[in-house]
Design a protein around this ligand. Structure first.
Ligand code: ADP
Ligand code: MG
Length: 694
């Protein structure tokens, strides 16, 4: 790896001694490069800075001036107010910070400060800053005269004015070394309309216009996304290209009859996704594809066609579900659809009797069982196929995809892999998280679906909600009542669900059949309760969130969610997806305390049944940080500059660029790619380690 001045410890920079170096370390800035990439968190345009002379009562303004005098003023009520008189060329104003006398120690006369806040009338004009930044301290002949004011992420030990001073003294040198990190060719920069790295960083630290800072940020965002996609493109290559796959032969002898037997036409989205899957399967490259679709978008039918393609070429097909009940549900549905074609469906779960299991294993090994549905039992020791052509994994949880794929990595088995996910996540997010697999999206729901009607009720309106549930039960319907279970207070929550169950059973719905389902029950007991509900032997199912995603009880028409404010929107969407699966009109009732900041979220949820829209709102509200797990692990965020909501186009470009590069030079050995390899091994190694699947 080539050495760069940027690798030197920050302590060698001007104005940084051992003490400041330690303080920088606590900010995550250890090398000169770290400092170069310590970018402003805020920009203030001179046009948004109001000359002090023109500040008026009632304005909310940003002003820039020098501290002329200052002091702490006590009030009659015992409150201590820190006040400073601030001036620029146009005038003077008093700035007041009630209750913050400690500012007196922080601020000095002569400091140049940037203030933002409302202008009030109090013995004359007074500004009450919400935000204050010390821009510079003392007289500095090199004081920046730019029209854009930058504000860096600062700390108590490294205040704004110190950061500025350090940048003033070192930025020219740092920018001079920035070329060492340049890995993009002129053509690539032109293609993606991106500035060279050095210019981007100049724009970020010393913009002449806000637009430049944004253009600079886009370049750094591209770099992040590119290296993320590069790691994933390598993993994808390892999974799909290094090992030969099966080039499935299509005859249509099963696919056509299934089309004719279906009681409906495929949606446009289903047809498109199937074309993508067929193309993958027919090529000799191994398929590694994620099929995303909202609840009810018709993923199972798509999977079934994919499985038939494998059968047509003489191979077997397997579908793996997360639980026995879901496996049985899939097997039932597929058996009905495939009966006219004369194709049977084998079932392999943990609860088969020993003779049943033995028979099934023999049939899989000798190939008489062509299509099998099962649970994890499918990938256990002792299960062998004559020729497994495709595996469909019905994956209900967002983060399980990679682990599941790994389970399939057995030397003898190289089937195509299709993972179905019912969690709609924005395309950009899916690309960032699963850049190593190909993505197909079912973005259309079959026609004629009745949306689930959603209402939000306060807790003191529960009696009405119960009345409503009672009427539905009287009409022969079934209902879910769901309670949250939050990890840190699991015991208390469980108690709440159990107590509520007792209350509902013995009081509210006395005379009705009420069941209880939670994660602490033994698997067999959980299965028993779920089956009873499925069979219509339970009217009201009181449950924690363990009620199975994907379970299909068409007669259930009401979903009541208690403490709805404690659920994520995507989780609520999954719960709501449990109803609306039959003929009857369905309802989702969210019981929430008003005014816990939850109303905006729940309102978004109430208005739409579109899972992708909800997922985008969830991402917007919760932020992207926790999606990568970086917050929990206290590591550098994987994405510091890129924003998955707004940089979707950049992400697509970065993915294309990364995949093309890996296709042309998988090991990055060619001399022009040395820089890329350096960057990958150096600057991005640690941050992207969690993606090192390849
Ligand atoms: P998902 O698995 O995506 O939640 P399913 O595959 O279970 O969705 O489909 C939900 C229901 O919609 C099933 O009853 C299925 O038969 C039906 N369905 C699937 N595709 C279509 C279509 N194109 N038109 C009408 N109904 C469809
Ligand atoms: Mg293939």
């Amino acid at each position: 790896m080539s050495y760069s001045q940027l690798d030197r410890p920050v302590q060698f920079l001007k104005g940084v001694g051992p003490k400041r170096a330690d303080a920088f370390g606590r900010l995550g800035v250890r090398t000169a490069r770290d400092l170069l990439y310590h970018v402003p968190r805020r920009y203030d345009d001179a046009s948004t800075v109001t000359p002090i002379g023109t500040l008026e009562v009632g304005m909310d303004a940003t002003a820039l001036g020098r501290v002329r005098s200052k002091g702490v003023v006590p009030t009659r009520k015992g409150l201590r107010i820190f006040q400073a008189v601030v001036e620029d060329e146009t005038g003077m104003i008093t700035a007041a910070w009630p209750g913050q006398p400690w500012l007196d120690r922080k601020l000095r006369e002569g400091d140049r400060i940037l203030l933002t806040g409302p202008v009030r009338f109090f013995h004359g004009r007074q500004i009450q800053p919400r935000e204050m930044t010390i821009v510079s301290r003392g007289f500095d002949p090199e004081e920046p005269q730019g029209v854009i004011w930058v504000t860096y992420p600062a700390t108590e030990e490294l205040p704004q004015w110190v950061l500025r001073q350090v940048f003033e003294r070192n930025l020219d040198a740092l920018l001079g070394w920035a070329d060492d990190d340049e890995y993009l060719s002129q053509e690539a920069m032109a293609r993606h309309r991106l500035p060279p790295l050095r210019r981007a960083l100049t724009w970020i630290h010393r913009p002449e216009e806000i637009r430049q800072a944004e253009a600079g940020r886009r370049r750094l965002a591209f770099d992040e996304l590119f290296f993320l996609q590069l790691v994933q493109a390598r993993a994808r290559r390892a999974a799909t290209e290094l090992e030969p796959g099966i080039g499935h032969a299509r005859t249509n002898e099963l696919i056509r009859p299934l089309h004719e037997a279906l009681p409906f036409r495929l949606t446009e989205a289903q047809a498109r996704v199937l074309r993508e899957i067929y193309a993958d399967m027919q090529s000799s490259r191994r398929m590694s594809r994620l099929l995303q679709g909202d609840v009810g978008s018709g993923k199972t039918v798509v999977a079934l066609f994919a499985m038939l393609l494998a059968l047509e070429g003489g191979h077997q097909a397997a579908l793996m579900a997360p639980t026995e009940i879901l496996a049985e549900q899939h097997a039932r549905g597929m058996t009905a659809l495939l009966a006219p074609l004369g194709i049977g469906v084998a079932l392999l779960t943990g609860s088969l009797s020993a003779p049943e299991r033995r028979d099934t294993l023999v049939a899989l090994a000798d190939g008489t069982a062509r299509l099998v549905v099962g649970t994890h039992a499918l990938i256990q020791e002792g299960v062998t196929f004559r020729s497994l052509g495709v595996v469909v994994v019905d994956e209900q949880h967002r983060f399980g995809v990679r682990q599941r794929m790994a389970l399939l990595e057995r030397e003898d088995v190289r089937p195509d892999v299709l993972v179905m996910s019912a969690t709609p996540i924005p395309r950009s997010l899916a690309m960032a998280l699963y850049g190593d697999v190909d993505l197909s999206v079912l973005d259309e729901v079959p026609p004629g679906r009745k949306p689930v009607e959603t209402t939000v009720r306060a807790r003191d309106e529960r009696a009405d909600v119960y009345d409503f549930v009672e009427r539905e039960i009287a009409a022969g319907r079934q209902a879910y009542v769901v309670y949250p279970l939050v990890a840190e207070s699991e015991k208390v929550d469980l108690l709440a669900a159990t107590d509520e169950f007792e209350r509902l059973r013995s009081d509210v719905f006395a005379g009705r059949r009420v069941g209880l389902l939670h994660g602490q029950l033994a698997t067999a007991e959980r299965d028993r309760v779920m089956r009873a509900f499925l069979a219509g032997e339970i009217d009201v199912l009181v449950a924690t969130t363990v009620i199975e995603v994907g379970i299909d009880v068409p007669n259930a028409t009401v979903m009541v969610v208690e403490h709805a404010e404690r659920f994520g929107l995507s989780q609520l969407h999954q719960l709501r997806g449990r109803v609306g699966r039959g003929e009857g009109a369905s309802h989702c009732v969210l019981i929430a305390e008003p005014g816990q900041g939850a109303s905006e979220r729940l309102e978004v949820f109430r208005r739409t049944n579109d899972g992708f829209e909800i997922a985008r709102a969830d991402l917007r509200i919760r932020g992207q940080g926790d999606l990568f797990g970086s917050q929990q692990h206290g590591r550098d965020p994987v994405l510091r500059f890129a924003d998955l909501m707004t940089d979707e186009d950049l992400l697509a470009e970065a993915q294309l660029e990364a995949r093309a590069l890996i296709a042309a030079d998988p090991e990055l050995e060619a001399p022009p790619h040395a820089r890329v390899r350096d960057q990958l091994d150096g600057r991005y190694r640690e941050r992207l380690e969690m993606y090192g699947v390849g």
